[in-house]
Design a protein around this ligand. Structure first.
Ligand code: HEC
Length: 131
């Protein structure tokens, strides 16, 4: 018999629990591609690479172009952290890239050392999978 009140109260407890952690919960389940698009716009990537990744001051990123340049995702993460400054005057990315290796970099792209790991991963996923 003692089980009955426990079962009755359980849904309320669950509701309170979710309520207590409501904000954090929604942040955690935010789709990386949604977060990635927010970062892409908020950080100004779109102003140089185009709203749809079609290119502008920066090279196009649409249709998986960045995957061709950086077959290893980690290299793209490092690139965004440092910007193109350290590569100025040098070729960068996959030397066997279809269409030829990228570069020489002009050093125009700023680095983003202050983005969280989650934000960098998300914007990289957005560029690789969605644009
Ligand atoms: C001020 C303009 C500018 C901004 C802002 C900018 N980029 Fe760039 N990006 C460039 C330029 C220019 C290059 C090419 C390297 C060079 O010439 O310096 C580049 C290259 C790249 C590449 C390599 C693409 C390829 O195939 O060569 C990636 C990936 C990239 N940027 C991602 C980003 C992301 C993500 C952001 C925002 C967090 C961003 N960029 C913000 C100008 C910019």
């Amino acid at each position: 018999m003692w089980v009955m009140p426990v079962l009755v109260l359980l849904p309320f407890w669950g509701f309170l629990y979710l309520g207590a952690f409501g904000d954090r919960h929604t942040e955690e389940v935010l789709d990386p591609l949604v977060l990635g698009e927010q970062v892409y716009r908020a950080q100004g990537c779109s102003s140089c690479h185009g709203a749809a990744g079609e290119g502008g001051v920066g090279p196009p990123l649409a249709n998986g172009d960045s995957v061709l340049t950086f077959p290893e995702e980690a290299d793209q993460v490092a690139w965004i952290r440092s910007g193109s400054g350290p590569f100025k005057g040098q070729p960068y990315g996959d030397p066997n890239r279809p269409g030829g290796q990228r570069g020489p970099a002009q050093g125009i792209m700023p680095g983003y050392p202050n983005l969280s790991d989650e934000e960098v991963q998300a914007v990289v996923a957005y560029e690789r999978e969605q644009l």
